[in-house]
Design a protein around this ligand. Structure first.
Ligand SMILES: C[S@@+](CC[C@H](N)C(=O)[O-])C[C@H]1O[C@@H](n2cnc3c(N)ncnc32)[C@H](O)[C@@H]1O
Length: 201
């Protein structure tokens, strides 16, 4: 069951049902061509990985690539990040959330479509187990500022040094392209605090 059929699984999602093991998976929101998550899943066969992608083309590509490479510890859900975060995920159920090169929507009238908003970060925090990581990269300076502000205002997260957190992780599809183009990339790394929930005190 690489390709999760949402009509056929329990909601909220159950990791034993999806992966056959209860351990919290790592999640990538907007996995694109899945270069990052498939490489990570191949390197860490003992762990579980979940990809969410709203574009049918990329969802299919990820499923096909996983099948071709014989990678069995990854699951792909075709839906939106919002649907996953607000409807499908159990609380404190993820080891890490990666948001790599989220669409920057550069036009001002499209800013409301951006993923990084306080309510999305609160939902990500809620979905992480204590100590779980939120790792983010963007190549778009103005969006990096906005992301930084939203993360600064968020509750229940502590800031980490980004470089060591990303040091052992693969490059994503967009990252490969942007590095070749010489773009400057901004990285953020945070961890869910052991105590303190989003919205608390
Ligand atoms: C710029 S690409 C980055 C892909 C990948 N993370 C990478 O770094 O190569 C952004 C991806 O996020 C997907 N996406 C955008 N908004 C989304 C949303 N709200 N829910 C799920 N996927 C989304 C897009 O379809 C696209 O594949």
């Amino acid at each position: 069951m690489i390709d999760v059929d949402l009509a056929k699984v329990a909601v909220p999602l159950s990791w034993p049902e999806l992966f056959g093991v209860p351990e919290p998976p790592d999640l990538e929101l907007g996995s694109g061509n899945s270069r990052f998550l498939l490489e990570l899943a191949a390197r860490r066969p003992e762990r579980s990985f979940l990809a969410v992608e709203r574009a049918a083309k990329y969802h299919r590509l990820g499923c096909d690539r996983a099948a071709r490479r014989g990678i069995t510890n990854v699951r792909f859900i075709r839906t939106t990040a919002e649907d996953l975060l607000f409807r499908l995920l159990p609380p404190r159920s993820l080891a890490a959330v990666y948001v790599l090169f989220p669409d920057p929507w550069p036009k001002k009238r499209h800013h409301k479509r951006r993923l990084f908003k306080p309510e999305i970060v609160a939902a990500i925090t809620e979905a992480l187990r204590p100590g779980g990581r939120l790792l983010v990269k963007t190549d778009f300076p103005e969006y990096a500022e906005v992301i930084g502000e939203v993360l600064e205002a968020a509750r229940g997260l502590e800031w980490l040094e980004a470089e060591p957190e990303f040091a052992d992780l693969p490059q994503s599809g967009y990252e490969v392209k942007y590095l070749q183009e010489g773009r400057r990339i901004t990285s953020f790394a945070l961890a869910r605090l052991e105590r303190g929930a989003p919205g608390a005190g």
